[in-house]
Design a protein around this ligand. Sequence first.
Ligand code: XMP
Length: 510
Amino acid sequence: MEKILVLDFGGQYNQLIARRVRDQGIYAEIKPYNKITVDEIKAQGYSGIIFTGGPNSVYDPESPHYDPAILDAGIPILGICYGCQLIAYMAGGRVESADDSSEYGKIDVYARSNVLFTDVPSKSVCWMSHHDFIPHPPKGFTTIAITDKCPVAAFCDEERKIYAVQFHPEVTHTEYGKDILRNFLYRICGCKGDWQMDSFIDSAVAEIRGQVGDSRVVLGLSGGVDSSVAAALISKAIGKRLTCVFIDHGLMRKDEGDFVEQTFTQLFDMNFVRLNCQDRFLSKLKGVTEPETKRNIIGEEFYNAFFGYIRESEKSCCFAQGTIYPDRIESGKGDAAKIKTHHNLVNPPKDIKFEKIIEPLRDLFKDEVRAVGEKLGLPKELVWRQPFPGPGMGVRVIGEVTAERVRILQDADAILRDEMDRCGYAEKMSQFFAVLPGVKTVGVMGDERTYSELVAIRAVTTDDFMTADWAQIPYDILGRVSNRIINEVDKVNRVVYDITSKPPGTVEWE
Ligand code: XMP
């Protein structure tokens, strides 16, 4: 299989670059610049390498550098932003710093006729974000694009197939970014485009059969996109030798547990086990209000319930997880500070020895996982589900989690979803849900004074959930949601809308 290496120098767009490459039908993987040597790169048989951007200046003592021998490895290279400056620096050229040469945002770029710019107009808008600039191309390289401020916006050595662009072709603001990447991949690297989801399914099924042999597989199904697609894929490979264990902690959205059960028992050939653990979770959460403690309890109970079942029922088998590529990418700039505990990946307890760990989605991005899910026949509402935190309503019922408070929140949330679906607004938002903040307020209903729960509505738009804007839902929709919640949900007398972006707020309230 053809593959492209995205060599990560700490840029914020590293995953986006890999996704854009895969959108063009070529497999891309991301490696931190300091975790792979030139010899390892050569041995891996990459068709091309992309150097990502990064926050540094090439002259910073701390800035990431790379072995210049890579320029003579005979593998086509495309450097982007910092990656472009690094190529200039490694090739013996100069990179300078000047305030009046900084460019941020949409900039007109004038390109010369060159294979990288095939089908790109001589003047087009590109997205720039740089302070340092390259005054002249390094020796042996030719300038192939300029801007009004920068004498070198792109340069290349056609013979060695080394290309460098100061702008970001991976972002949508760069008008012809897709074409530029495509030219690099197909015309310069000579790729044919063999990364397609149909062929992925065929090869994944064959690989699962090979890994599992005559054995059996268990998988913890959460009802989220990743574990559901993994379940569907493994079911296609080995049918009833797959057991999916669905732990219903009672903290899912209204009727969601039944929906998951129906989907998997009716559409797929597998052994489906539903463990109804609602009481067990609630009793552990009794009296607990601190958010991290709640998360830890829910994570721990999940673990105990799942592995407790394995201990009792599955003597010898393989263990499958819905790990996806972003779960295991190491960053070129170190891990961001942890804000909240997320329980996505599980290490089995020491006393349970699985024959093998099966992770059939380990190389896929989320949009690829969804494409595979659709091809496998999973319902759209499951494949296009919004993210839902592992601890579920447990972190949306603020304060103590009781059966009654979960019921109130599930009812309010179901109304919100229903209204959003009816007006077609659901698809315009990345995520929306109701929260029960644990605040009681005074109200009047009929002639009576009430003192009841407040419900908050949270809705955000975002590309990556690292930052998010609050969604500007029209007032009439918010009005209908509020009326219905107050009229239809017992013990609620007030609804508010959360207008906090992230940062400073997080998407979830706990
Ligand atoms: P925050 O609240 O950190 O959420 O801004 C960002 C995104 O992550 C989801 N989220 C979780 N997902 N396990 C998950 O799998 C968790 O514990 C968890 N907590 C938050 C959240 O819904 C949002 O989409």
